[in-house]
Design a binder for this molecule. Structure first.
Ligand code: CP
Length: 314
């Protein structure tokens, strides 16, 4: 085990070897589950807290189930009904929960950098489950896991990330991780949602020609238009967006024979892609969700210092 990090805050700071270690450990956990080993004694006696200050379906459920499959106890915290509504800060909230004897925080927060701040104040691992428009490292890792499962490699692959890149933590985590693993990444969509400066900052290509990108890509990763972050202000209307940038059956006729379609969810059906593509043969969207469980088991185990079978280094 080469992993020495306590926290997983982003993929920007991870080496290729660290990313591969997470993917390899996740493969072991997925194989164990397929053999019928549904609960592993890896984190017995440990408590994992889901600290969610923003809505989530996939990530919160996936982390809770991943912790349970590793035999940890889990606790879920959401802001509604908590003392955050009375003005208590993130740090005070976490320190009070830590005082009850917990072993890991999984944090989703609307403010970029919130997990980094929390990690400086607590004694236990902090895992970033999405911080504003900054990073969503476990989504990036599960996307990479799915791509590796389908293609068996990253070198020589072109991954197109299409849509609302401006507001996307998923795009950032994917760009950092995929380039480190040797894939070519193209960010694509309307110029207002994919400004060239983002490509330059992430060291990847930018294109506003969706049909050219579709023809070149092995992976078409469609991202949600983030209406809650006012993305609709960046294009005239959703029908126009769907017509010019959305994926549909006609448009993907020019894609590669083995190209796959991904989406981190939740999907705006009929905007980023049509329902027939979301549910069609090329779609690996639900495999992404399934793989997320094994990837989050791996991240929890590694950050909490557990070996594959469960010895926890003190
Ligand atoms: N992909 C993702 O983060 O989904 P949730 O917001 O439902 O967790």
């Amino acid at each position: 085990m080469t992993w020495t990090r306590r926290d997983l805050l982003g993929l920007e700071e991870l080496s290729k070897e660290e990313i591969v270690e997470v993917l390899d450990r996740a493969t072991k956990y997925k194989e164990a589950y397929a053999r019928g080993e549904k609960k592993l004694p890896v984190l017995q006696g440990k408590v994992v807290v889901n600290l969610f200050f923003e809505s989530s379906t996939r990530t919160t459920t996936s982390f809770a189930l991943a912790a349970k499959r590793l035999s940890a106890d889990t606790m879920s915290f959401s802001t509604s009904g908590s003392s955050v509504t009375k003005g208590e800060t993130l740090i005070d909230t976490a320190l009070n929960i830590q005082a009850m004897g917990v072993d890991c925080f999984v944090l989703r927060h609307p403010a970029p950098g919130a997990p980094h701040l929390l990690a400086r104040h607590v004694r236990v691992p902090v895992i970033n489950a999405g911080d504003g428009c900054h990073e969503h490292p476990t989504q990036g890792l599960l996307d990479m896991f799915t791509i590796r499962e389908v293609f068996g490699k990253f070198e020589g692959l072109t991954v197109a990330i299409i849509g609302d890149i401006r507001h996307s933590r998923v795009a950032r985590s994917n760009a950092w991780g995929l380039t480190r693993l040797g894939a070519r990444v193209i960010l694509a969509g309307p110029p207002t949602l994919v400004p060239p400066a983002i490509g330059a900052a992430l060291g990847v290509e930018v294109s506003h020609d969706i049909d050219r990108v579709i023809a070149e890509a092995d992976v078409l990763n469609c991202l949600r238009i983030q209406f809650e972050r006012k993305a609709a202000n960046y294009f005239p209307g959703t029908r126009e967006y769907a017509a010019i940038y959305g994926l549909n059956a006609e448009r993907i006729k020019s894609c590669k024979k083995n190209a796959i379609i991904m989406h981190p969810g939740p999907i705006n059906r009929g905007i980023e892609l049509t329902p027939e593509l979301a549910d069609g043969d090329r779609s690996v969207i639900l495999y992404q969700v399934q793989n997320g469980l094994a990837v989050r088991m791996a991240v929890l185990a590694l950050c909490m210092g557990a070996s594959e079978k469960g010895a926890i280094a003190e």
